[in-house]
Each structure stands twice: as C-alpha cells, then as structure tokens.
Design a protein around this ligand. Structure first.
Ligand code: F6R
Length: 244
C-alpha cells in the first residue's frame, strides 16, 4: 500500500527500468505484458519521463497487450491499439514490430487461429518477464470475466454487464460499448514471471479485498494471483480501505 498513486507508479516504473537495463546489459530482450484503462496511465507517463529525461531505451523491449475490444479497428479512439499508441508507444523508442496486441477486427471464423498465434508469439519471445494488470469491478484481469478458468488461454469473451457499464461514458453510451473482446487468458497471465496489479481509489477497494483475501475461484479471476509465487498488488490508500 502506497501513500499515493504517484509514489506507487514511480516505484513500478523504476523497477521496470531496472529490469530493462539489466536485460540490456546481458544482451537479452525484455518482454512486458501491458494493460490499458485508466489505471496504468500514470505508470506510462513515468516510463515516458524516464525515456525522455533519463535515457531509458525500449529498443530491446517486446510488448504484449492483454486485450482488445472485438469489432474496433486500430483507428477507433477507444481501441486499445489507439490507447497504447497515444499513452505510451508514440512517446518512446519501442520498435513497431515488437508491439503486439490482439486484433479486434479478425473475422469470427479466424479468431481461434489468431488467439493460438498470439499465444505462440508470447512463447517465441521467451514468455512474459513482467505483466502489468489493472482490476475490473467484476474482479477481471485482462477481460477474464467471472467464470474464466485458471488455465484459460487467449480467446474471445463476452463482456460482463458491469464492465460494459463502466466503459459506457468513454463510448458515449452503453449501446456503443462492444459486447465482446479478445483477451489473454488467466493461464497466459499466470505464466508471467512477475505480475504487478495496480488499483487506485475507493471504487476498487471491495474487489481488491476479495481478490487478496477471498477464496481462490473463477468468480474473481484476480484471486488466482494468490497462487502465483511472484505476484504483488501496488495500491493506494483508498483502494486498501476494505482490507482487514
Ligand atoms: C485493460 C484490462 C482491464 C482493466 C480493468 C480496469 O487492458 O485488461 O482488466 O485493467 O478493467 O480498468 P480501469 O483501469 O479503467 O479501471
């Protein structure tokens, strides 16, 4: 628990920079699993600052995003491809060919092959060194809504009504929010060597408590993180208020 989001994200960005620099020194690439949404924005701003002011290079970083809305082309302002470019990729020196997100516009019949290919790309990159997560009010990590098995892999998923409701303001109304997404599975996420879940504000306090102290089951997919040997939550005081 950190006194503020700023302090938590500074710590996480410093940790990320150290990981990248030590891999660079060893001649290795760094594989980051990235999230979208409001939660990681301050973290991305700090990474951009480290790039611009402290020479942190992302030239040897490979990124895999957690998810993408089904039906949204890259140019759509609410697509996660667009979000990542606006909030991070356009401001650092990551190579375009090292950026990976599931596609929102694959024909339905081709989705299983697209998802299998995404899994294979992660494996070919050597697996994820550091996975960044937010948490939804349904307890989802990525878009692994309630009912997602622990060993699930990248796949299409129907969005929970609560998740769609939370996204409605950004889409100017619930009717414009996609009903489905492609997401890394819980198994994909849990295969990462280190996982950091961030959560800020009172709104997240109940679900943070359930994820950390509740039973491990598919009702709250973030609860699976209890069984990972290198998963931590970086939260602010407001998000900690329901913890025992
Ligand atoms: C985003 C993602 C989601 C969000 C979660 C929280 O790529 O996979 O799990 O992290 O919905 O969203 P915010 O941060 O907007 O509260």
């Amino acid at each position: 628990v950190f006194p503020s989001k700023a302090e938590a994200t500074r710590k996480l960005a410093a940790e990320t920079a150290e990981l990248i620099r030590s891999n660079d020194a060893a001649g290795k690439k760094t594989v980051l699993g990235l999230a979208t949404g409001s939660t990681p924005i301050a973290f991305y701003q700090e990474l951009i600052r480290l790039h611009k002011e402290e020479g942190l290079s992302f030239a040897n970083v490979i990124s895999f995003n957690l998810d993408e809305y089904a039906g949204l082309p890259k140019e759509h302002k609410e697509s996660y491809w667009y979000f990542m470019h606006q909030n991070l990729f356009d401001h650092i020196d990551i190579k375009p060919e090292n950026i990976n997100l599931p596609s929102g516009t694959v024909a339905e019949a081709d989705i299983p092959a697209h998802c299998a290919e995404y899994e294979q790309k992660i494996k070919d990159a050597g697996g994820i060194d550091l996975q960044i997560l937010g948490i939804g009010r349904t307890g989802h990590i990525g878009f692994n809504e309630p009912g997602s098995p622990k060993n699930s892999l990248t796949r299409a998923i129907e969005l929970d009504p609560i998740t769609r409701e939370d996204a409605a303001p950004a889409f100017d109304g619930l009717e414009n929010v996609p009903t489905a997404a492609i997401t890394m599975g819980c198994g994909t996420i849990l295969a990462a060597r280190r996982i950091v879940l961030m959560a800020w504000g009172k709104n997240k306090a109940p679900i943070v408590n359930e994820a950390v102290t509740g039973p491990v089951n598919d009702i709250v997919s973030a609860s699976y993180l209890q069984e990972h040997d290198n998963a931590v939550f970086y939260i602010d005081e407001e998000a900690s208020t329901e913890l025992p």
